[in-house]
Design a protein around this ligand. Structure first.
Ligand code: WT7
Length: 656
């Protein structure tokens, strides 16, 4: 098992209880109330979800069947009609929420916008009409490759409004990663911006789209809609590329939300797996709307007056569910920030909290570790007393980071919700309900109502307390992914075949090892497959390997994760070279740069090690387990008898 790597000096066995003040103002005031809910969810799951769907969402037409479960295919609220953009916008316009801030946006250079629900509705309608004018209609796929500006959320909601599925491509990806996604999803329209701001520099985006589309790279793409953000010089292709600020002059600000079937596709989001190219995770309308809505309300104890801020990028599922859909469906105020912590402005995060009086703050352990290193004088010199709840997501959190977050950011009064979930699950699966579940640093605590999570062995048998095993979900939930876009077989293979209960049941498994302690608290230990988690970003080792071998100098590449005190894991690549090349620092540097150009900066290897040969089994499989051990500088554990050539190992060991 790919055990979590961050070395922990601090041992922390305390349990942290929410304060009386927090409980008093919360949605769940007693453990009993919560336990009743949870029990009901296990006894009558369909009724449980149906009641919530009824009371929490607006439906144009009621469903006929709550759940149709033909493993591994689940359909929720079958026959129901709704539109998530209606639930996020229109229904709030009938109350005083109309003039409530929906999005508070802060740009990196210091510009800002506050957009009310009424204004957001108007913008989304206009954007939807612009997309229609470019030929979009229900069922089309539209890619969104944007910086963190309100138009990213507006474009998502506009797609949802007209029934086109969006596929958001993280703004840090580059040409090959973009091209793969455009082709896999057969995208018709790309929404992008001229550029965005990142660490005080303008990062061009439109030119990356141009590269992806060059040489007929993505023939399905007909139009490109460009938002002006950075005023960068931009080449526009006649008949293909359009400026949003030009188009909007001529479009109506009314656009009725399309009635969508509950199971109509809402979006595709690509994520890395063990093998092959990234998988297009498909989420549908009704189940996803309900699940992102409920989990936002439960886990963040969302209240009408909260100012809620999730620091993720909309390019990841966290941004989809917890910047855009979950908060807006609840009628909350959601903060969007274009910037990141940078040397020139080490206190920018705390400034945003102070400026807007943020009450709920949701971020990643990697970011917390970076802030910890920068020193507490930055948060300490700002007023953070508006905060009442903190959250983390994306990777396990080490006790040092947890305690620092609790003490320095939370002033020892804010509960911390450690939320475990995945792109595939649509929303948070295991996390505390902050007012009733005490927390333990490093544990995501307990499954949410309606979620039947268990740690099992490969036969699906439950394990004893504290025994490590596979983290599975044993019953469908509304937010679950429906399929891998265009590849139902891959869906079945990737998620439903690892665990094989003897009685033929289907358990969902997406790659994490975990244990459950004697109090029923879950401790996620990390991936058990060839997926690595770099700074909370999920990367397939194979994707990075294919980028490396596409460089003319590289014969073979093997990529593994290496423990890193800041990023959790870093990328370590072993390379064998074509005979006409020889190892050098310069070559290592250009291989790193090559990966950045192919995939993006998040995939840049931290270390490249040249070797004459890679350790392989007699059948030619690279023995990654050995490489992982070598990369981490540890001893090689386990059996090496299947190794084809033992000398390879000795050589590698010497080189490290
Ligand atoms: C993988 C999913 C879910 C949004 C962000 C990442 C790891 C996620 C936690 C947590 C330990 C976590 C898992 C998971 N992960 N949250 N609270 N504690 N590990 O989404 O890119 O789909 O990655 O992130 O390994 O499988 P993703």
């Amino acid at each position: 098992m790919n055990n979590q790597n961050i070395e922990s000096v601090l041992q922390e066995a305390r349990k942290f209880e929410p304060s009386a003040e927090f409980i008093e103002k919360s949605n769940f005031k007693s453990l009993q109330e919560y336990q009743d809910l949870r029990e009901r969810s296990l006894e009558e799951p369909e009724k449980f979800w149906a009641d919530l769907a009824q009371s929490q969402l607006h439906w144009f037409k009621q469903w006929e069947k709550v759940l149709d479960w033909q493993p591994p295919i689940a359909k929720w609220f079958v026959g129901g009609k709704l539109n998530i953009s209606y639930n996020c916008l229109d229904r709030h316009l009938h109350s005083w929420r109309k003039n409530k801030a929906a999005i508070i946006w802060e740009g990196e250079p210091g510009d800002s916008r506050v957009i009310t629900y009424a204004q957001l509705h108007r913008e989304v309608c206009q954007f939807a009409n612009a997309l229609k004018q470019l030929g979009a209609s229900k069922g089309d796929r539209i890619a969104i490759y944007m910086p963190m500006i309100p138009e990213a959320a507006i474009a998502m909601l506009a797609c949802a409004r007209i029934g086109a599925a969006h596929t958001v491509i993280f703004g840090g990806f580059s040409r090959e990663a973009i091209k793969d996604r455009l082709n896999d999803a057969q995208v018709k329209i790309v929404v992008t911006a001229d550029g965005g701001y990142r660490k005080d520099k303008v990062v061009p985006l439109k030119p990356q789209v141009d590269l992806a589309l060059s040489d007929n790279g993505a023939p399905s793409v007909e139009k490109v809609l460009v938002v002006q953000r950075s005023n960068s010089p931009t080449e526009m292709v006649e008949g293909r590329d359009y400026w949003w600020h030009e188009l909007r002059k001529s479009v109506s600000s009314e656009c009725q939300a399309q009635e969508m079937d509950s199971e109509d596709m809402l979006f595709i989001l690509y994520t890395s797996g063990t093998t092959g190219t990234p998988k297009g995770v498909v989420h549908t309308t009704g189940g996803y709307n309900l699940y992102s809505h409920m989990t936002t309300k439960w886990v963040f104890d969302l209240q009408e007056t909260d100012v809620y801020w999730c620091t993720a990028d909309v390019g990841w599922i966290t941004g989809h569910s917890y910047i855009v859909y979950g908060p807006l469906s609840n009628g909350a105020t959601t903060v969007m920030y274009e910037g990141v912590t940078r040397a020139s402005n080490p206190g920018c995060i705390w400034d945003v909290i102070e400026k807007y009086g943020v009450t709920i703050f949701y971020t990643a352990p990697t970011a917390i570790r970076a802030w910890l290193k920068m020193g507490e004088e930055h948060p300490n010199s700002r007023n953070l007393t508006s905060l009442r709840l903190l959250g983390t997501v994306g990777e396990p959190i080490n006790p040092e980071a947890w305690i620092w977050y609790h003490r320095v950011i939370g002033g020892e009064r804010c509960p911390i919700v450690d939320t475990w979930w995945q792109t595939e699950t649509g929303g948070i699966m295991i996390a505390p309900i902050p007012s009733v579940i005490p927390t333990k640093p490093g544990s995501c605590t307990q499954p949410l109502p309606g979620i039947q999570a268990e740690i099992v062995d490969l036969d699906g048998n439950g394990l004893l307390a504290n025994q490590g095993g596979y983290l599975t979900i044993k019953y469908p939930w509304p937010g679950m992914m429906r399929t891998v876009y265009g590849n139902p077989e891959r869906f079945r293979k990737s998620y439903w075949e690892h665990i094989q209960p003897k009685d033929g049941q289907y358990f969902y498994f997406a790659g994490d090892g975990a244990r459950e302690d004697e109090d029923g608290y879950f401790w996620v230990m990390g991936r058990v497959d060839d997926v690595i988690n770099v700074a909370g970003h999920r990367l397939g080792t194979m994707e990075i390997e294919s980028a490396l071998v596409s460089h003319p100098a590289v014969a073979e590449a093997a990529v593994v994760g290496k423990a890193d005190s800041l990023k959790g894991e870093d990328i370590f690549a072993f390379i064998t070279l074509e005979s006409s090349y020889s190892p050098s620092d310069k070559l290592a540097e250009s291989l790193k740069q090559h990966v950045v150009e192919e995939i993006g900066a998040i995939a840049r290897p931290g270390e490249i090690r040249f070797t004459d040969a890679l350790p392989k089994t007699r059948s030619g499989k690279i023995m990654r387990r050995l490489l992982r051990g070598l990369a981490s500088g540890g001893e090689i554990v386990g059996d090496t008898s299947t190794l084809e050539d033992r000398n390879v190992l000795d050589q590698l060991r010497e080189s490290i």
